[in-house]
Design a protein around this ligand. Sequence first.
Ligand code: IPE
Ligand code: IPE
Ligand code: MG
Length: 239
Amino acid sequence: MTNIAVEPIPQHVAIIMDGNGRWAKQKGKMRVFGHKNGVIAVRNAVSYARKIGVKFLTLYAFSSENWNRPEQEITALMTLFMQALDLEVKKLHQNNIRLKIIGDTSRFSESLRRKIARAEKLTENNTALVLNIAANYGGQWDIVQAVQKVANMVKDQQLEVDQISPQLFEQYLVTQDQPAVDLLIRTSGELRISNFLLWQIAYAELYFSQVLWPDFNEEEFEQAVQAYQKRHRRFGGIE
Ligand code: IPE
Ligand code: IPE
Ligand code: MG
């Protein structure tokens, strides 16, 4: 059914899933209604990515700045996250998908952290797709936590300062051992990064969709991949 050219399929796709609130508002509903429908769009995006052979999919679910929202909305988002973990992990596992939660989980409740650890453990040997869910994630936080690890190694004399290279440094980011992002998608028409992956998108192709996240379906995803396939990636060189 897909019109996707076989090549090149982006190895790593990252998505800023934005517009749930506006989607709900358009329908005269509460913002939470938008988030609930956003979960359905997540399910479709994961299944589509796996189908076309994307190997790493990173979804921005909750940013380090989203704590600025009203408490009621934060609670609703955490509840949805817990529910999704309960309901979806088995299916992910059956589909050979490895789940990783990237972000500062220290601020999450004990029970949520336990669920996360169990889900990651269950799926750790799966090979079809790595699904990174960015939760309490910030690109600046990611870089700083890597700096702290590297600095500690220097302090403990396990590392010389001049051994610090981009290749070494990125091993301490939460995406260690994963390839850089090839395609970054943001929905809802906003043209910004909002502190998502910073280091990892150094050479990503950017794609902005007007569609609000709950409406981001297989056709929309396909359009993004098709746009990616028409891009000329030069990485600073010449063709
Ligand atoms: C994205 O939708 C989901 C999260 C940030 C959790 P929003 O909640 O940001 O929806 P808008 O941007 O207000 O429409
Ligand atoms: C970015 O969306 C965060 C997520 C999608 C999780 P926001 O809606 O929080 O971003 P801003 O505030 O519009 O930049
Ligand atoms: Mg938003």
